[in-house]
Design a protein around this ligand. Structure first.
Ligand code: ADP
Ligand code: MG
Length: 672
């Protein structure tokens, strides 16, 4: 049903809704609350506790008192009472309340009791006159807001959508609903928005979480099934991997070798490889990729590796040229800034190149490969499932290897990457000195800069990472441009570079190359340096507004330093004193283990702040929390298995379920 059929939704609001993927009334109903207010439970004033959000019913005892406490800040306070006591009710800068409330009127107030006041005080409550209540007595959904949409507006269209939209058709098989005690879809949708009770909400949520994970699981398992049916010619010579190991300037770690053996055993099979290599930053995934490519080339195939950024593609190009220096293997680089593309395309088509390194350009229309046998996607979290498929489709039944540095707990990996086999590189090359991490406040800035200067004097280099590129009027995030100017002023004896995502690829490359050559001492950047780039001489990483980053992302960033012989430091400038921020920073300071960090990250993310599935190239989860919903996830996986096992060619069936599964990977998931 057209979203514009809801009252108050015209072109402008429809556009806004579209931003969150809401195009129809049905989509809207799948946009879930982030929280609820319980306006069904009322307390007497005397029983209200500091800090709690609660409903009271009271009569207005005094008129509104207006107090200007400073410029742009006026308090509006009145006293209300019930049979048990009195309390103050306060709003900030809301002069219209003066016109609303009259002494003697009866109202419901819902709001938070000031935790910092010794007197009873309710802050900025919502209110309804007694006898005319609409929300009082109910559990009220609170939605995420964006643009200039208001809570009231979304609540209103949601309730209208529920009335107007015809019923959803049930598509979960009855057997599964019985087995896992799931409520039906319409009951779930109604009660996730406007629950009749908390029990009804729990049941609704349970069903919707199950549904979401079940579809994801079924889709992944179907994909695996389909892939398993493809046959290809095995590689005849996998022994040559030993020749490659001799080319390396170092001995592979045990974990690197194990990953190589996994790949070799895949190569020997008559079905295409679909393997994920998970390894912490700096664990040496590139060498493993090179080994796989070497073997593919020695078996007469071309091999391609796709990196998420030009910088990274360029760096791989250099590493591979180094690895293969003493061989006759021909390597080329193909990115969107490559000149004379046509000629290069022709050479690739003629198999004049064995190894093709590039970015998204590798999957563009014009590229044809002579004999593509192996495709590698590096730092996979930037690529969607769909893009991977597009690259694989450039060859016949190609082997696919995906490498990611975003570690997730193994149990979860097995479930999330249901369509892939997994190898884990859980060992770092010897001789690495762990990065020392400190979380500091502004008061430490001077000392940090002195420390930085000392290191610069000794010839070391430094990264400064900022969360945003330009200042927006709404927040005061330190932005890269501003920090760059400031660092230039302070460190005027040194070269301070700036790199950010809005630069042209060539500009970025140039800056990065100069930094790698040591011509730039301090590199201020946004997160474009997040993945892969290797500059062993940099030993300090300063992260501004560290509280704005996810822990896994901070860990990735930190992995940029500590690749050389010197002790490396990661300095997190964190603002805000909230407990979660403190806890998050503490985790960063006490652990260098990416798996541990990501597990803790998962635990600390509340509902609504769902685990970054997008980062993993999977569709964004709307309601499930992969940590706290682990039990439902396991059930969903079990159910998906039964369905896939008993329903050959589920995808070819024209059921609602099959359609949902097909749609899942349709949306393009790339974030880059
Ligand atoms: P990542 O897994 O983050 O992609 P890289 O492949 O970039 O890590 O490797 C990081 C650095 O470690 C590179 O400079 C690489 O040459 C080096 N390296 C990789 N494996 C080994 C090893 N077994 N022994 C010593 N150095 C290694
Ligand atoms: Mg890498």
């Amino acid at each position: 049903m057209e979203i514009r059929s809801l009252s108050g939704v015209g072109d402008i609001r429809a556009k806004l809704l579209e931003k969150k993927g809401i195009n129809t009334v049905e989509d809207l109903l799948y946009f879930f609350p982030r929280n609820y207010e319980d306006r069904s439970f009322r307390k007497n004033i005397t029983d209200c506790c500091p800090g709690e959000e609660i409903l009271i019913k009271a009569v207005i005892v005094t008129g509104i008192k207006e107090t200007r406490i400073r410029k742009n800040m006026t308090l509006y306070t009145m006293t209300v009472g019930d049979d048990t006591g009195i309390m103050n009710v306060t709003w900030y800068n809301c002069n219209f309340v003066k016109r609303i409330f009259k002494k003697g009127d009866h109202y419901y107030f819902y709001g938070r009791i000031n935790p910092n006041s010794s007197k009873k005080e309710m802050l900025t409550p919502v209110y309804e006159p007694v006898g005319k209540e609409k929300f009082t007595g109910k559990i009220i959904p609170i939605y995420p807001l964006w643009g200039n949409l208001t809570q009231k507006f979304i609540q209103k269209i949601m309730s209208e959508a529920l009335e107007k939209c015809g019923k959803f058709e049930e598509y979960l098989p009855q057997g599964i609903m019985d087995e896992y005690n799931l409520c039906d879809i319409n009951h779930a949708i109604k009660n996730i928005h406007f629950p009749n009770s908390f029990e009804a909400f729990e049941r609704a949520r349970n069903r919707l979480v199950f549904e979401e994970l079940f579809i994801l699981q079924t889709a992944l398992l179907c994909r695996k099934e389909t892939l398993k049916q493809i046959r290809r010619k095995p590689f005849e010579n996998t022994e040559c991997v030993y020749d490659f190991l001799k080319l390396l300037p170092f001995e592979m770690t045990g974990a690197q070798k194990n990953a190589c053996w996994d790949i070799m055993s895949d190569f020997k099979k008559d079905i295409p490889m679909n393997r994920l290599i998970q390894g912490d930053v700096g664990s040496g995934k590139t060498a493993v990729a090179a080994a796989a490519m070497y073997v593919a080339v020695k078996n007469g195939y071309q091999a391609a590796i796709m990196a998420p950024t030009e910088i990274l593609a360029g760096q791989h190009y250099k590493s591979f040229c180094g690895f293969f220096e003493k061989t006759d293997i021909k390597i080329c680089l193909l990115t969107s800034s490559t000149k004379k593309k046509k000629a290069l395309y022709e050479d690739i088509k003629q198999q004049k190149y064995d190894i093709i390194i590039g970015t998204h350009a590798l999957i563009s229309e014009g590229v044809e490969y002579a004999k593509l046998g192996l495709v590698i996607a590096d730092e996979q979290h930037r690529f969607g499932v769909k893009q991977r498929a597009k690259l694989s489709a450039k060859g016949e039944d190609v082997h696919t290897l995906i490498m990611t540095a975003t570690p997730i707990p193994r149990t979860l990996a097995l479930i999330l990457y249901g369509d892939l086999d997994i190898s884990v590189i859980d060992e770092l090359p010897p001789g690495r000195i762990p990065v020392k991490t400190y979380a500091v406040g502004e008061d430490m800035r001077k000392r940090i800069y002195l420390f930085l200067e000392k290191n610069l004097k000794e010839g070391m280099q430094c990264y400064v990472v900022c969360p945003l590129i330009e200042e927006t009027s709404k927040n005061d995030l330190k932005n890269a441009v501003q920090i760059h100017q400031k660092m230039q002023r302070i460190f005027y004896n040194y070269v301070v570079g700036l790199i950010h995502g809005k630069m042209k690829p060539q500009e970025k490359d140039e800056i990065m190359t100069r930094f790698a050559r040591g011509e730039i001492n301090i590199l201020v950047s946004t997160t474009v340096i997040e993945v892969g780039v290797n500059v062993p001489n940099s030993n300090i990483m300063i992260i501004e507004n560290a509280e704005r980053f996810g822990l896994s992302q901070l860990h990735q960033l930190r992995g940029r330093v500590g690749r050389g012989q010197n002790q490396a430091f990661c300095i997190l400038f964190a603002h805000g004193s909230n407990e979660i921020i403190k806890k998050r920073m503490e985790i960063m300071c006490t652990s260098n283990d990416g798996f541990y960090v990501s597990e803790e990250d998962l635990k600390l993310r509340g509902p609504g702040d769902f685990f970054g599935t997008r980062q993993h190239g999977l569709p964004e989860l709307k309601i499930a929390n992969l940590f706290s919903d682990m039990k439902i996830l396991k059930n969903a996986q079990k159910a998906a298995k039964t369905i896939v096992d008993n329903n050959n060619n589920l995808l070819s069936k024209n059921t609602l379920l099959a359609e949902k599964i097909k749609n899942l990977f349709q949306e393009d998931i790339a974030s880059n």
